[in-house]
Design a protein around this ligand. Sequence first.
Ligand SMILES: Nc1nc2c(ncn2[C@@H]2O[C@H](COP(=O)(O)OP(=O)(O)OP(=O)(O)O)[C@@H](O)[C@H]2O)c(=O)[nH]1
Ligand SMILES: [Mg+2]
Length: 253
Amino acid sequence: MPKLQLAPSQRRRVVVLGESRVGKTCFCDMFVTGEHWADYNPVEDTLARFLNVDGVQWELGMMDLSCTPIREHPISLTGTSLSPEYIVAILSKGSGFVLLYDITSQQSFENITQFGYGHLIKHRRPKDPETQTPYPAGIQRFGCVLVGNKVDLAPDQREVDSEVAQEWADSQGIPFFELDTRDREAIEEAMRAMVKSLARAERRDKEDLEEERRLIVEERKRQTKSDTSVVETEKRSGNFRKGVRNALRKLKI
Ligand SMILES: Nc1nc2c(ncn2[C@@H]2O[C@H](COP(=O)(O)OP(=O)(O)OP(=O)(O)O)[C@@H](O)[C@H]2O)c(=O)[nH]1
Ligand SMILES: [Mg+2]
């Protein structure tokens, strides 16, 4: 069978972000391979798969990033494979982010919605990398979903209320799911919402940047026009002064 060739515009990097042990690796493995625990290096985004969303094939390169060492030992990460520069590169360039927490750990919910999400926003690019035009929204938008994992352990071990998580997700305009990582279909549903979210984010950034560039061009034109009219006014007043001088000369005053 011929290999499916995708336009680069349909390839995206998705980062699964969350505290240690929330199930990031299981989430990626189940999504990509259909197995619960495949052997893979979490800091290399070698895992990728195609996902059809509304008739369009997307190629999603998956990687997982634990917030725990970033939160607890930011300084000691220098010089490691999780160096601060590397983390910033992942957070600034990723297209979509799965904010993953464990429904049996309130701490994991609080850490991802506060530290993890805050850290992500802090490191998004402020300018379009191609044109260096500042994003009118302040930062480059990104696709995002909030996912509560290990729902198979509810109700006995649940610590995070669905309503509380839903409320937070709504307040940020982020789709919200609860699942367990043995359920591949549920993961795919969340990933479809992710693709729609990142496509919407990119579309809105594109529209904003086009509008921003249109305004910049208009402003420049207005500026040039007002410069020209200043020159013309000066020219006109110069002519007037010359006319007055000539008239005075004729009158020999
Ligand atoms: N009950 C239950 N256990 C799960 C689920 N998903 C993952 N686990 C278990 O949770 C533990 C942690 O899963 P990982 O996928 O290694 O978590 P991680 O977020 O990658 O952890 P780090 O690599 O340490 O950052 C493992 O023992 C998994 O088997 C789930 O949906 N339900
Ligand atoms: Mg892992």
